[in-house]
Unconditional design. Sequence first.
Length: 123
Amino acid sequence: MKSTLLLKNKRRDRRAKSVRRRIGKYSGRPRLSVHRSTKHISAQVIDDESGTTLCAVSSTSKKLADQLQGKTKTEKAAVIGAEIARLAKEKDVTNVVLDRGFSRYHGRVKALADAAREGGLSL
C-alpha cells in the first residue's frame, strides 16, 4: 500500500514539474496557479520574479460562501475563476499563464480558466 501511494505521488510531482517547466518560457507573466482537491478548488496569481502572491481565492472562503451555496463543483470553479479575474484586474494584472499543476485541463480546471477569460484575463 505504501509503495503504491509513493508511486502515485511521484507521478503527480513529475506531471506538475513538467507543466511548470513548460510555462517557464513565459517568465514575464505572472502565473495563475490552480489547485484542485476532491471537494474544493483554489486559485492564486503568483509573481515568480518577486516571489509574491498577488491575489488568491478559494472555494473555502467565507466571503464567497453565499455565492457557492447549492452549486456543483464545476459551477463553484466558474465562480472562483470569475473572482480571481476580478481580483487580478484590481491589481492591474491582465496577462497570466495558467499553471494547472498535476490536474488535466478539463472539467473544473477548464471551467475556472474559461471564467477567468470571460472576466478579462488573457491566458
